[in-house]
Design a protein around this ligand. Structure first.
Ligand code: HEM
Length: 458
């Protein structure tokens, strides 16, 4: 579309919604850099109203004091380097459990449904940080029905947040709910809220009883303590909204990225081989890769970056929204315009990435010194985490989860397609986090000495 109409497109959706879409780095820098104060709000929609506690969450809250408080709390109490480091052991346990399960299946000659394992890994890492609880795999802290319910609720809300609901653009049609999305959103919200209330109550009770949580404080307990000490004014609703947000924002994004990465590696065996050579060189074959090794695994990092560039876990940055009349690239942009930044088209923009923009080529990031997880995103070459003040606060953790899982999958196994799969389907499902439309299946062959797969958890 941008090739036909140019780098900035204005759309009028329905009779009242103005949308500006772009894939151009200069215009993006204007939106998320120079004019960040104008464009850092979020549009409301039927889905965000229902699923995000009417803007009481973090990701979809309009710009203002409420968003500022929640963002600060997340940055100061959940996503600091120190706090992330304190959960390192849990992540290592989770990745080891994933390896052990895949190993067991590979020894039985079974096909591996990667989504199941990558999804469980991301979800368990995030819920252990937030709730001190793992929902999936062996030794889960809940019943299988509870885990299935949890997964369904999170997944349904992510899908609904990414769908185009005609009632948002033609309010006259909203009462008819022609696509049935509003009914689905109401139902999903009832489930989300019931689940979040149960989780919160569990923690309130535990706190009253003075139960310890294995020495690592989880985020929901931190929020309750901040409230108790009078340091932060937090309602139950706000606590539930933040927890729901971080689960939704942190899990499907990183697991979809990993599934795309594995799809790309299966399509590009030479890239896979090069990554395994790097792992053998840096880590060796006598022990398993650890988080401390990740900064030395430069090629693995290039694979993660290239995957997020070409097959991002969402085609657009979460929409931004203008709060004043302004100008962009010489055009008038009225207050209340939705801004769509296309990660997908930006990756295919030959002015940014050269003639081979559409090719999966991790080496293009080799000389790239940008520490994407710490940058403000304003180089606008790397837009996978957005930019400006709404930039993803979980970028460092997200990249870490991706590299940790990929590092283990590649070090521990050789990968091939099942005999009945001729071509990998690279189309994606609709939703805020877009995983491959056909769940990726593969055959894993162990490549390390057997005792390494049976190590007790660290
Ligand atoms: C590979 C993994 C991830 C990707 C690709 C990703 C991508 C993004 C993108 C594109 C945005 C929108 C930025 C903008 O509007 O400019 C975002 C926002 C957000 N992300 Fe991430 N993310 C990932 C992992 C995480 C993790 C692990 C967490 C939390 C633990 C997280 C929490 C959030 C939150 C809370 C927001 C909303 C920020 C706000 O509106 O102020 N994300 N993410």
């Amino acid at each position: 579309m941008f090739q036909c109409y140019g780098p900035i497109i204005f759309l009028k959706l329905g009779y009242h919604v103005n949308v500006v879409a772009t894939d151009d780095p200069v215009i993006m820098r204007e939106i998320m850099g120079k004019q960040d104060d104008v464009f850092s709000s979020r549009p409301r929609s039927i889905a965000t109203d229902f699923l995000c506690y009417y803007g009481h969450d973090l990701a979809f809250a309009p710009m203002g004091p409420h968003w500022k408080t929640l963002r600060r709390i997340c940055m100061e109490h959940l996503l600091t380097s120190k706090r992330l480091l304190s959960y390192r052991r849990q992540r290592q346990e989770e990745v080891m459990l994933m390896v052990q399960e895949i190993f067991a299946l590979s020894m039985q000659g079974k096909v591996i449904l990667l989504r199941k394992f990558l999804g469980a890994f991301s979800m368990n890492c995030i819920t252990r940080m937030l709730l001190g609880k793992r929902f999936f795999g062996p030794a889960q802290s809940c019943r299988p029905e509870e885990a299935a319910r949890f997964e369904k609720i999170i997944h349904e809300s992510m899908v609904l947040l990414g769908l185009f609901n005609i009632g948002d653009y033609l309010p006259i049609l909203r009462p008819f709910d022609l696509q049935g999305y509003e009914r689905r959103a109401r139902k999903a919200f009832a489930s989300v809220d019931a689940l979040q209330s149960e989780l919160l109550n569990e923690h309130k009770l535990k706190k009253q009883r003075g139960d310890e949580d294995g020495g690592t404080t989880n985020f929901i307990d931190v929020l309750l303590s901040l409230r108790e000490a009078g340091e932060e004014k937090l309602t139950d609703q706000t606590i539930k909204a933040i927890v729901q947000d971080v689960i939704a924002a942190g899990t499907d994004t990183s697991s979809a990225t990993n599934e795309w990465a594995m799809a790309q590696l299966l399509r590009h065996p030479n890239v896979c081989k090069k990554a395994q050579e790097e792992l053998d060189r840096v880590v060796g074959r006598e022990r398993l890769v650890e988080e401390e090794d990740l900064p030395q695994l430069r090629y693995l990092r290039c694979i993660a970056m290239e995957t997020m560039r070409l097959t991002p876990s969402g085609p657009f940055v979460i929409p931004h929204y203008s709060t004043k009349d302004t100008q962009l690239a010489g055009y008038d942009v009225p207050k209340g315009t939705q801004i769509l930044i296309s990660i997908y088209s930006h990756a295919r923009n030959k002015k940014v990435w050269g003639k081979d923009a559409e090719v999966f080529y991790p080496e293009r990031h080799w000389t790239d010194e940008t520490k994407i997880e710490n940058s403000n995103g304003l180089d606008m070459k790397h837009v996978m985490f957005g930019g400006g003040r709404r930039r993803c606060p979980g970028a460092a953790l997200g990249l870490n989860l991706v590299m940790l899982a990929l590092g283990h999958l590649l070090q521990c196994f050789d990968w091939s397609l099942p005999p009945n799969v001729v071509e990998i389907d690279m189309s994606e499902v609709a939703g805020l986090a877009a995983a491959p439309a056909t769940p990726l299946q593969a055959i894993a062959t162990p490549r390390l000495a057997i005792p390494l797969y049976n190590l007790p958890n660290p």
